[in-house]
Design a protein around this ligand. Structure first.
Ligand SMILES: [Zn+2]
Length: 410
């Protein structure tokens, strides 16, 4: 049984803290989150909505029922019990359907908030989402007027430890600095919410990031009217695979977190990653702030995410415009190898499957790349073995690969 107690709110030096005792059977944990006190009037932790979204995956995965001391919005409870529990359980019978013990409320908060928001990680998905809503969309009521940065487990290892950059600073904080500069340039306010959730409840972020981000939004239902959660995959990629990656099901899951106050959208769900990259290629804010890398805080240029983004921009003839965020000289030197990996992996990897035809069409596949593809094929067993290693060991492989100028495998 997971028991969520009533939260306590304290304030010190302009920072508000919400602390909540959560019992996992006999084990007590204190979940806390912090934010600028100017946002405290918008707080809605008198309901258990945010905690339900933060914790239901853990309950399903480890077979817990859930008790909440605070009531839960009836619409949210209905959607989670009827749609989300059932979808995950049908997809994988190891996922238990929890019993939820709580009171319900069906009144919206008043006055309702006016914030139309999206996350500001400055990755391709986030920037494309902002571009779609603020540059392409003409409906004023649906334009983003607030950016968010939630510290809920991104740029962290599956074991709950922070990824550190070369100067031993958490990559998360480096990315938050980038988000602050971005918000200033975009002339939009930025809400930062720090949490200890990913330290206290250790789960692979790929399986829960959607829930961790959307749960935070539900702590501030007097603030948000609309929240765009940037999609990772397009309609073709839709599937419900709770033991693999929650993003594949965002199109179904995200709208089901809506309440009578907040409407959630899985934004750019009709866009492939290549199309999103093409969309932001001429976006001045992207050229200045694009940050796709979670291995080092700034774009390292050689990890798979950096390599794929550079290759895609190059195929569109737009890479030169991104000299402020990528080391173009480094990419030129490693391009044949990176394209070689795309040739090798395009039949089994979701992203390379999409990039490969683009590279072919743009005549970016040289003889050297084909030779690299053969080398990667020969080294396949080593890569497969490496992927099974614990995160710290994998990091050592990454560092070694960078040192000897090989493609970073992870
Ligand atoms: Zn990188």
């Amino acid at each position: 049984m997971i028991t969520v107690k009533k939260p306590r709110i304290t304030q010190e030096n302009g920072i508000s803290t919400v602390t909540t005792e959560v019992w996992f059977d006999q084990e007590k944990k204190e979940l806390a989150f912090w934010f600028d006190s100017t946002y405290e009037p918008y707080l809605t932790v008198d309901r258990g909505d945010g905690f339900l979204v933060e914790l239901f995956y853990f309950a399903m995965r480890y077979h817990h029922d859930m008790t909440f001391e605070c009531p839960i919005s009836e619409r949210l409870l209905f959607q989670i019990e009827t749609c989300i529990f059932d979808a995950n359980h049908e997809a994988d019978a190891d996922f238990y359907v929890p019993k939820i013990i709580c009171q319900t409320v069906d009144e919206p908060y008043t006055p309702q908030g006016g914030a139309v928001a999206t996350g500001c990680s400055c990755g391709v998905d986030a920037l494309s989402s902002l571009y779609s809503m603020n540059e392409k969309n003409d409906l004023a009521g649906h334009k983003v007027n607030l950016l968010t940065y939630f510290h809920v487990g991104d740029a962290m290892y599956d074991n709950g430890k922070e990824v550190m950059d070369a100067s031993d600073r958490p990559v998360n904080l480096v990315q938050y600095d980038n988000a602050k500069r971005f918000a200033q340039a975009a002339e939009l306010p930025l809400l930062f919410v720090d949490t200890n959730f990913a330290y206290e409840i250790v789960m692979p972020q790929g399986k829960v990031h959607t829930y961790r981000h959307c749960g935070i939004v539900l702590f501030f239902q007097k603030l948000f009217r609309t929240y765009y959660y940037a999609s990772s995959f397009n309609l073709d990629g839709f599937k419900v695979v709770p033991s693999v990656d929650c993003s594949f099901a965002d199109l179904f899951t995200v709208p089901n977190f809506s309440t009578d106050n907040v409407t959630f959208y899985s934004s750019d769900a009709t866009y492939s990653r290549v199309r999103k990259t093409q969309q932001i290629a001429d976006y001045p804010l992207a050229q200045q702030f694009l940050n796709v890398c979670w291995t080092s805080g700034k774009n390292c240029g050689v990890c798979p995410k950096c390599a794929r983004t550079q290759m895609t921009l190059d195929a569109f003839g737009k890479l030169e415009q991104f000299g402020a965020v990528f080391d173009l000289e480094q990419h030129r030197k490693k391009k044949a190898m990176q394209v070689g990996y795309a040739v090798y992996a395009h039949k089994k990897d979701y992203y390379y499957k999409e990039i490969y035809p683009l590279l072919k069409k743009a005549h970016k596949i040289s003889m050297a790349s084909r030779l690299w593809a053969v080398c990667f094929w020969l080294a396949g067993p080593v890569e497969r073995w490496m992927r099974k290693q614990p995160p710290e060991k994998r990091k050592k492989f990454v560092d070694f690969a960078k040192k000897v100028n090989l493609r970073v495998p992870y």
